[in-house]
Design a protein around this ligand. Structure first.
Ligand code: SF4
Length: 229
């Protein structure tokens, strides 16, 4: 069991799956640069956050739901959790102010199209694992909604995805404890990375942290200034 101050953000998983160095730059070195991709993603999230809980026929929609797991050491917010009405009570919950039985179905909103890596699925699965602990039921599936094209992609929380997600969560805690920024390694993904101007992956490939690179540049500048006095 983790304590409250050991919980790590669920949203960090997507950065870790995409690139361990990106995760470290954002979460350890506190660097964040917005590019068109992150800006579009933020606008999409703001639209989701603006709405409130509502009932649409046989679906209850809860937005911006605070979730956490003390077993996995995770905390975060689910964009949307739909609760689908069911006649089968297995893995369903009841609401105080709403008759019937309801099955949770997390939905995460993402800009762009489905990714090649499994970062979005891992993030969604982590949300499902938190809901399972909080509600004491199994959560079998959810969905990723992509901005372009406007459509949902159903995600089954099967054993393979659960196992991968738990491995990434373990890695997240391990790296948080180690407080180390991995060296850059230039890959195709770097062209879509919001931090590439800071990370300089082609320049720092295999070298130390981006902060160390900036520090060395500043040190060089300082030396040049001293030489010119
Ligand atoms: S530029 Fe490449 S190596 Fe650097 S953080 Fe982004 S994805 Fe990782």
């Amino acid at each position: 069991m983790f304590s409250d101050d050991e919980l790590v953000p669920i949203s960090a998983l997507q950065h870790l799956v995409f690139c361990e160095r990106q995760w470290a730059l954002i979460h350890l070195e506190q660097v964040w640069f917005e590019n068109i991709l992150t800006t579009q993603g933020k606008i999409l999230h703001e639209r989701v956050d603006e709405a409130e809980r509502e009932v649409r026929g046989d679906v209850i929609i809860v937005r911006s739901l605070q979730i956490r797991s003390l077993q996995l050491g995770l905390i975060g917010k689910a964009d949307v959790v739909e609760f689908h009405e069911t006649k089968d009570r297995r893995d369903a919950i009841r609401f105080k102010d709403q008759p019937g039985w309801w099955i949770p179905f997390p939905v995460e909103y993402k800009r762009g199209k489905p990714k090649i890596d499994e970062s979005d699925k891992v993030q969604l699965c982590a949300q499902a694992l938190c809901l399972e602990e909080m509600l004491s039921i199994n959560v079998h599936e959810g969905a990723l909604f992509y901005g372009t094209p406007h459509r949902r992609s159903i995600v089954q929380f099967d054993q393979g995805l659960r196992s991968n997600t738990k491995q990434y969560i373990d890695k997240l805690h391990e790296m948080t404890e180690a407080q180390m920024t991995p060296p850059a390694s230039y890959r195709k993904r770097c062209t879509n990375c919001s931090l590439q101007d800071y990370c300089l992956p082609k320049t720092t490939d295999g070298q130390n942290s981006a902060q160390a690179y900036i520090d060395s540049l500043l040190a060089d500048l300082g030396r040049k200034r001293d030489d010119s006095v």
